[in-house]
Design a protein around this ligand. Structure first.
Ligand code: H79
Length: 463
């Protein structure tokens, strides 16, 4: 017996050192080597506009803990204010969203014009919105008790909106999670945590088969950075389980711990989701060759519900948000707007107001967003272009006019001969077109501006 124990001990130590000192191999490179063109990915791309929902225990303090205000990132309050784990975990006994009505959320989102929604199944705090068989730190331990995800998925499915699951690699509650690995014991523990994460992810895909996309986060901590095999393993497991799954790039790191691409310069995952609270840089006419998505907060920086989100500075107007959406479309990317529901399950008024204004604009102009491509020209001063191919030799170029020129005239880099007609989407009126000496078209805008945000003109071309 004693000998057996010694043996077991020696094996454990060897295993620990094996993974602790594990050689990092270039095989942990990107697994998807070309831009995907299958139905699932095409649908993701055509969706163009998404809604992010950050919801968890952090909604309860809403940026305030025992009189201290955390001005930024209400969802990170545990970490920022160094709240002891056991104290923070008590929040689980207060999570009781009696007014949670996913049908209402889905109706709001449908009216806003989003085609997909990303919900935080588990944020860095570790709390799980679904009944997980791998932890008690989940919805079943709250006074509410009922699964949040199932009715959420069903309500959005009914509304025709795709559901994406967000899952953070970081876990401030799990006993085996490590942000750094400084001993063989840490290495063993972190390996155990990765098993837990893998189990949960497979559990999510199994229990909610409608989920087509996973949105990872929190891959930047030292422990994960120095073990790129873990991200590779997680990705393989999920792709084996569901071959057409779409996975963002934030599950992976390259051998040097870099986030964006592997050691051959290839993007990880199926799309680049590293544009957080920022848009892709204006490439003055060069389209990105990869799929990408930007996610954005309405205030400066809080994703979870914050009681006073004006505290961290400027709160974006509906016009600014629509402009960001249009800018992303014009550069061939998706735009995701974040809401942080209140602890009782209702949506704050400022978010509802923005949903309404954005939705009214989308109702008229959505065709200039959905299923469009970017337009490979430098950004014009008056706004943005998007375009859509409608047949082998016909396309529509959309002009999103955010800054109407005083002259009311817009010269576009398109030959007048190629234009079939130009229509103002708001009133479906035809636009007068003249021509310059070089053959390019000049459009005369109507005397009046119809939208407070941007009027859009659809220019139909036959090539
Ligand atoms: O869930 C929201 C935030 O709580 C979470 N991500 C969004 C979607 C987040 N947690 N911590 N942070 C954001 C701050 C860390 C930001 C950075 Fe990075 C990580 C800077 C560089 C690595 C992510 C990847 C943002 C830019 C690149």
């Amino acid at each position: 017996m004693k000998n057996n124990n010694y043996y077991l001990f020696a094996v454990l130590i060897l295993m620990a050192f094996h993974s602790y000192a594990q050689e990092i191999k270039p095989q942990y490179n990107a697994t998807v080597l070309e831009k995907r063109n299958d139905p699932a990915m095409n649908r993701w791309r055509e969706n163009r506009f998404g809604q992010f929902i950050h919801w968890g225990l952090y909604a309860i303090p809403g940026g305030e803990w025992k009189g201290s205000i955390e001005p930024m990132a209400a969802e990170g309050i545990a970490h920022k204010l160094k709240i002891p784990g056991e104290e923070y975990a008590e929040l689980i006994h207060k999570f009781n969203p009696v007014n949670f009505d996913p049908e209402k959320w889905a109706a709001m989102d449908k009216a806003m014009g989003v085609k997909y929604v990303i919900i935080t199944t588990k944020h860095h705090e570790g709390f799980c919105l679904w009944p997980s068989k791998y932890t008690d730190y989940d919805i079943t331990s709250t006074p509410y008790q009922k699964d949040i995800l199932e009715p959420f998925v069903q309500a959005y499915k009914k509304a025709g909106i795709d559901v994406v699951f967000y899952y953070s690699i970081i876990d401030w509650n799990h006993k085996d999670y490590r942000s750094k690995i400084i001993s063989p014991a840490d290495s063993i523990a972190f390996g155990q945590y990765i098993k837990y994460a893998k189990n949960q992810l497979v559990e999510l895909l199994k229990n909610y088969p409608d989920i087509k996309t996973l949105w990872f986060d929190g891959q930047w901590e030292e422990s994960y950075k120095t073990n790129p095999q873990y991200g590779w393993e997680i990705e393989q497991t999920l792709r084996n389980f569901k071959p057409d799954i779409i996975i963002n790039n934030r599950v992976r790191l390259n051998v040097a711990g870099m986030i964006d691409h592997d050691s051959n310069g290839r993007h990880f995952g199926d799309y680049d989701a590293s544009f957080e609270r920022k848009l892709i840089e204006d490439t003055t006419g060069l389209m990105p060759t990869f799929d990408w998505e930007a996610c954005m907060t309405i205030p400066v920086n809080t994703w979870g519900y914050h009681k006073d989100w004006t505290i961290n500075g400027h709160v974006k107007s509906p016009r600014e948000l629509v402009e960001m959406l249009v800018k992303c479309s014009s550069m061939g990317g998706n735009f995701v707007l974040n809401f942080g529901p209140k602890p009782d399950g209702t949506i704050r008024t400022e978010e509802l107001e923005r949903a309404k204004v954005i939705g009214d604009w989308m109702k008229v102009n959505g065709e200039a967003i959905y299923a469009t491509e970017g337009f490979p020209y430098p950004k014009p001063v008056w706004g943005y272009y998007t375009q859509k191919h409608i047949s082998a030799n016909e396309k529509i170029v959309y002009l999103h006019i955010f800054n109407r020129p005083a002259t009311g005239l817009i010269n576009i880099p398109i030959q007048k001969d190629e234009i079939v007609e130009a229509t103002l989407l708001f009133i479906k009126d035809k636009i007068e077109i003249t021509v310059l000496a070089d053959g390019t078209a000049v459009l005369r805008l109507p005397a009046k501006q119809y939208s407070d945000i941007a009027d859009v003109i659809a220019v139909k071309l036959k090539m």
